[in-house]
Design a protein around this ligand. Structure first.
Ligand SMILES: Nc1ncnc2c1ncn2[C@@H]1O[C@H](COP(=O)(O)OP(=O)(O)OP(=O)(O)O)[C@@H](O)[C@H]1O
Length: 265
């Protein structure tokens, strides 16, 4: 092996954005996630798939401490973001969620103007100093979310007045406005029609140039279209995790195969 082909261990480490080891999530006595080990790579889309109730959303929420907001929910094990334990007492969950943003199943714009929805995060985190800087962040975020052209003339109209697909892109603009490093998306297209779904999928592909994206989806086609890595969950366990092509064409576990061929789920 010459120097050109040798893997640089420093680069390898740098490429892992989130690393979970022996992660457990409980809701009271319900042990919903068991012993999950996963590395989420930078600048890649990772899909979480599996039958309803297997724990995809629960595990996704543990990656930005969204589970903290659910009474009785507890997370054990280790979850590192850039090598730092996100459950360390010194970590402020609000700051963490600016770095690890989230987009939910149902578009949930705030009852505010389009502009104020996007400006919300930069304002509360004090990311801009002047109105001109804030205007620029709002415009850039709306452009990244492929929504600018449709809303630039009505920035002060309510966000809730947009169509469902536009509202979801507004929520994506709101999430990217704080320049997150990771974007968690929980079934972001389930309330959208095929055209809006295609737009959001295209957007996800563009976002991975800058962010690490994790998407929970019930659609196998969507996982295959948008992701490079796929994790298959079943009954709270991570059964299989690997390159999306391999998971879909040559799964290593019979449970994965049954799910992707439609026999369970
Ligand atoms: N807020 C909650 N309080 C108590 N239990 C919960 C809560 N959310 C999820 N659970 C339980 O945790 C387990 C995993 O649920 P979760 O919603 O994470 O699965 P999922 O794979 O995302 O399902 P779906 O595909 O249907 O959204 C289930 O047993 C569920 O009942």
């Amino acid at each position: 092996m010459n120097d050109m082909t040798r893997v640089d261990p420093r680069t390898e480490v740098a490429d892992v954005k989130i690393s979970a080891r022996k992660a457990q999530v409980y809701y009271g006595d319900n042990h919903a996630i068991r012993d999950v080990d996963v590395d989420i790579n930078a600048r890649m889309v990772t899909a979480f798939i599996g039958p309803s109730g297997c724990g995809k959303s629960t595990f996704l929420r543990s990656l930005n401490r969204m589970n903290d907001t659910i009474p009785g929910c507890r997370v054990e094990g280790t979850i590192l973001l850039d090598g730092e334990n996100i459950y360390d007492r010194r970590v402020d969950p609000v700051q963490l969620r600016a770095k690890v943003g989230m987009v939910f199943q149902k578009p949930n714009p705030f009852p505010k103007s389009i502009y104020d929805n996007v400006a919300y995060g930069p304002r509360i985190h004090g990311l801009t100093r002047t109105k001109a800087e804030l205007d620029e962040v709002v415009e850039t975020s709306l452009r990244r979310a492929a929504l600018w052209a449709e809303v630039k003339d009505r920035l002060h109209a309510p966000g809730t007045g947009l169509s469902g697909g536009q509202q979801q892109r507004l929520c994506i603009a709101r999430a990217v406005a704080t320049s997150p490093e990771v974007l968690l998306m929980d079934e972001p297209c389930s309330a959208l029609d095929p055209i809006a779904t295609a737009q959001v999928e295209e957007l996800i592909d563009e976002l991975r140039a800058q962010f690490s994206v994790v998407i929970v989806t019930h659609s196998m086609q969507q996982a295959a279209r948008v992701s490079q890595r796929t994790a298959f969950f079943h009954l709270g366990n991570l059964v299989e995790f690997g390159a999306t092509d391999q998971i879909f064409t040559n799964p290593g576990d019979p449970r994965t195969e049954s799910y992707i061929t439609g026999r369970i789920g």
